[in-house]
Design a protein around this ligand. Sequence first.
Ligand code: AMP
Length: 364
Amino acid sequence: MIVGILGAGQLARMIALAGHPLGVEFIFLDPAADACAKPVGELLQGAYDDPLQLQKLAERADVVTYEFENVPAEVADYLASHTQVHPSPRALAVAQDRLHEKNFFNQIGIPTPAYQAVDSLQALQAAMPTIGYPAILKSRTQGYDGKGQSVLHSVADLPAAWQLLQGVPAIVEGFVPFSREVSIIGARNPAGEIIFYPVSENQHRGGILRVAQCRADDAAQAQAEDYARRLLTELDYVGVLALEMFDIEGKLIANEFAPRVHNSGHWTIEGAQTSQFENHLRAILNLPLGPTQPVGHAAMVNFIGGLPKTEQILAMPDAHLHLYGKAPRKGRKVAHATLRTNTAGQLTEPLAQLAALANQVDDS
Ligand code: AMP
């Protein structure tokens, strides 16, 4: 069985690493000649809309999936007309535009912050009395890790924030006074079987995920599952999906969903019976989904922009290091480490140590 992946970054690399024991082979399409999944499959180098490379991918892959959502819609449609594509181009189209995504959340009964589409400074100024301050202005498409976003504190902030977007269609949304951020990862296979992992509690800084911790038996689990189940069933979804939410004193509000494996689920490699990467493959290959029960207590720390000495991490008995094979660059995720311990208490100290190591090298 050959799985094609659009993108050959660390997510594609970890999907392939999970697939090799199952006898799955991989072929990636990525513009970068040194894309970090290259050592674990065959790399087709080219733009995502390169007709020749797309044709090769469609011919060779039994099923195509992707590691990020900003794939041109025509590309997903082309591939879907030649081979199987999971998740569907429709799921991709909903997830890649924040306006469609929020409209869809509301249609299926998932609460969101107040929001309004804006396509000019005048429209933004007109929206603010309804949205209120503070607020966040985001580009509708192509945004990730907080890119293309500005926090608005008063009417004086609007012209500069609008300028930063350089005229791209945008959405303005109310700033949510959350007590914490959580995400849930779920998977659905073509038979309609659905599984969920325990929610993950996530810490972001500058819009980028820094730390994610598995929260087994969390009070938010049932509500998170209800919302994610609506997405999975309403989109007739196949594969792994991550739903990111704000928790305001026990009430969950959706921020966005990723139609793919997700950084907040990296702890599932060591911290769950089946990893999100393996379950994504099982789902898109129409295989039974694996159990998602936590194994011990787990948390993950991202290394962004640089790496401490690997010995410092490997010296920690409960740490599991994952290097992505990427050259360090400002703001770039280059590795993560997961801690897995027998008791929750045992996590606290090494987690603080790992986070401190990550902060020392973090240049973002
Ligand atoms: P996003 O790119 O939409 O995932 O946003 C990245 C991060 O910015 C989120 O994980 C939050 O930490 C923060 N953020 C985004 N939207 C809001 C909002 N409406 N209210 C408060 N914080 C937000």
